[in-house]
Write a protein that binds this ligand. Structure first.
Ligand code: ADP
Ligand code: ZN
Length: 659
């Protein structure tokens, strides 16, 4: 329990005690003993009871005292003292004064005793339904009267204020512990404004830099929204869902806003995590509200940030509370229903953003839903330089500020990081009382920001960057000189998504139906080229190749077991079936351990040979490897043209393939 929670426990305890205390102050009378009804009747029967007061839920009674038998004696003792001594104290002698005090003291004692006796004579009884009571009382000469006792305030207090007070306190305590604060009381209310269209949306494409490709792709959405008739005239359907995919801070929200700004339409903005509420039904209801509102304002853009918060694929999230899971599923289903409700003529474009498209439910990505994906990747050097220029537009820069240099030294940074540096630099400059923002301010701001990012593992340090550059160059070079493999389109050492430190893009990657043995071997060799380059240059290998190795191993295994390309067991399908058709169990006996051994040996041999070939190629062309890596370090991205420039013309596929 944290400090705050402990404080509130103590606090509520005090309130509770205070209530108990007040209760005893106001509502408990002198302690009068309660007697059973039977005893009450007996006493009445014996004539011991003097008078009673009947109320709705209690009988107050008084027994006869010593004075009540027969006629009242003439004057009480107290009276006699009073009358016997009428002098005022100050006219008396000392002795007389003392006598007076003693008398007074006795008097007080007697009074107290009398009062005590009176209380002892009193009693209470819980009444029974007794029709004969009045008669009995009359027979025994008991004085009785009824009284209507108003318990209104008392009842109000005990039956309403205290229970509700306690409930409220407990509720508040729980809410506070859950970190919601008492404001969780006005649930739904506080969110009402979240997705109000921003009438002052002045963001345009000019405010987004470094993601030109994404801008280009969203351009189409803008024209759809601007002139829907033009497209509908020929019966084309407008896109409903556009999914922006990219790491946080690359400007996805900004881009969606810019699309709305360019098209001059309202922009509804809501985060996926806002939908997921702890109360059942709220998330789905919110989705309904949002889309109802959007339809009224069409044409417009609805932007849902963190789409994965709702759109995570259904089906088993271990460790997730069942309630929360069901609720998210409801919300997701409602979202799907709403997406399907757009027939392409409602002029509402839904843009979603996520940095984890792989966890999204497949249903969300189907045609008619978020079927268009736009990559908003980390910017390259030129992109970063453009973002630096954009964000320092409004700053008063000194002449020595070199924004291009800043852009060059910030690989891996996203737009939000750069905006952060620019702002931090301006703050530093003001604190240092510089007239203008100077380069030192930028440098110090950069160091401040990069410290945080390196800790989070989001940017590479220079040594890592070198390794990645050689690794990727190795892939590219081996691929380039292996006929039959797909041409290399792009190499990059800008960290991308999760896991991949750099990448070498070969296209086409998927749409191949037939591949020869040589092609598959070439592919393995290219995959191993990354690690081979590390080996050649640094004489040691890194963990960066795990993904390559996995792919290469898989290809090698498939060659031997699926495609029958084994040398020692040629033309055999050695597929191990996991589960037979219709769950009839394995249809094929497990491979014998002998066959398994042969496959393993041959696989090892195949990988070893490919690795050696890659290494030999790299040693032979070491100069070109160096040239590629250094240009990659400088530019971060290379395309097919750069490759041709450095490596010369690529050998054509018809040329005799290497073994
Ligand atoms: P995301 O939605 O991808 O997490 P945001 O759009 O919220 O990122 O970006 C946060 C801020 O970072 C923006 O408001 C903007 O100031 C800055 N920013 C991010 N990317 C860019 C970019 N490409 N161009 C200009 N500014 C950017
Ligand atoms: Zn690799």
């Amino acid at each position: 329990m944290n400090q705050r929670a402990r404080f509130s426990v103590v606090y509520y305890l005090w309130v509770f005690l205070l209530i108990l205390f007040l209760e005893s102050m106001f509502f408990s009378g002198p302690s009068v003993k309660e007697i059973p009804y039977s005893e009450f009747l007996t006493r009445v029967g014996k004539g011991e009871v003097k008078a009673i007061v009947l109320t709705q839920d209690e009988i107050y009674g008084e027994m006869k005292g010593p004075d009540d038998d027969g006629e009242k004696k003439a004057g009480s003792k107290a009276d006699s003292i009073e009358t016997s001594d009428t002098r005022t104290p100050w006219t008396l002698s000392w002795a007389a004064l003392e006598g007076w005090f003693v008398a007074k003291k006795n008097e007080a004692k007697e009074l107290q005793a009398e009062r005590k006796a009176a209380i002892e004579r009193q009693f209470t009884v819980i009444p029974l339904q007794d029709d004969d009571l009045v008669e009995t009382l009359q027979t025994h000469g008991v004085e009785f009267r009824a009284k209507i006792e108003s318990h209104f305030f008392r009842n109000l207090f005990f039956d309403w204020i205290i229970p509700f007070g306690i409930l409220f306190l407990v509720w508040g305590f729980i809410m506070r512990r859950m970190g919601q604060g008492p404001s969780a009381l006005n649930i739904g209310k506080s969110k009402a404004k979240v997705y109000e269209a921003d009438p002052e949306n002045k963001v345009h494409f000019a405010d987004v830099a470094g993601v030109d490709e994404a801008i280009e792709e969203t351009q189409e959405v803008v024209s759809f929204l601007k002139e829907p008739q033009k497209f509908q005239r020929l019966g084309a359907k407008l896109p409903t869902g556009v999914l922006l995919v990219g790491p946080p801070g690359t400007g996805k929200t900004l881009l969606a806003k810019a699309v709305a700004g360019e098209a001059g339409v309202p922009f509804f903005n809501l985060s996926g995590s806002d939908f997921v509420e702890m109360f059942v039904g709220v998330g789905a209801a919110r989705v309904r509200d949002l889309f109802a509102e959007a339809r009224k304002k069409a044409p417009c853009i609805v932007f849902i940030d963190e789409l994965d918060a709702i759109g995570r694929s259904r089906g088993g999230q271990p460790g997730m509370a069942q309630g929360g899971f069901d609720e998210r599923e409801n919300t997701l289903n409602q979202l799907l229903v709403e997406l399907d409700g757009f027939d392409g003529r409602s002029n509402v474009v839904i843009m979603g953003a996520t940095n984890r498209p792989e966890v999204l439910d497949k249903a969300l990505l189907r045609p008619g839903r978020f079927d268009r994906q736009i990559l908003v990747d980390r910017p390259d050097r030129e992109g970063r330089q453009a973002i630096f220029r954009l964000h320092s537009r409004k700053l008063d820069l000194d002449d020595d500020v070199d924004l291009d240099k800043m852009g060059a030294q910030t690989p891996g940074f996203v737009g939000a990081d750069i905006a952060n540096i620019c702002n931090e630099a301006a703050l530093l400059a003001s604190r240092r009382e510089h007239d203008k923002v100077q380069m030192v301010d930028f440098q110090d701001a950069f160091e401040r920001v990069i410290g945080g990012l390196e800790r989070k593992g989001r940017v590479l340090n220079p040594a890592e960057k070198r390794i990645v550059a050689y690794h990727e160059s190795g892939h590219a070079l081996v691929g380039y000189f292996t006929p039959g493999t797909d041409p290399v389109e792009k190499i990059s050492i800008v960290p991308r998504g999760r896991g991949a430190l750099g990448y070498t893009l070969q296209s086409p990657t998927e749409d191949r139906y037939l591949m020869s043995r040589a092609e598959l071997l070439g592919r393995i060799r290219t995959l191993l080229g990354g690690r081979a380059a590390e080996q050649v240059v640094f004489d040691q290998v890194s963990t960066g190749a795990s993904d390559d190795l996995e792919k290469a191993t898989k290809i090698a295994r498939s060659m031997l077991t699926v495609y029958g390309m084994s040398e020692r067991l040629p033309n055999l399908s050695l597929v191990e079936q996991e589960e037979g058709f219709l769950g009839l169990g394995p249809q094929q006996a497990a491979r014998s351990s002998e066959v398994e051994k042969v496959i393993a040996e041959e696989q090892l041999e195949l990988i070893r040979r490919s690795y050696e070939e890659a290494q030999a190629l790299l040693v032979e062309r070491r100069d070109q490897l160096e040239a590629l890596a250094s240009r990659l370090l400088d530019r971060e991205k290379l395309d097919a043209k750069d490759l041709e420039e450095i490596l010369g013309p690529r050998p054509r596929p018809e040329d005799p393939a290497q073994p």
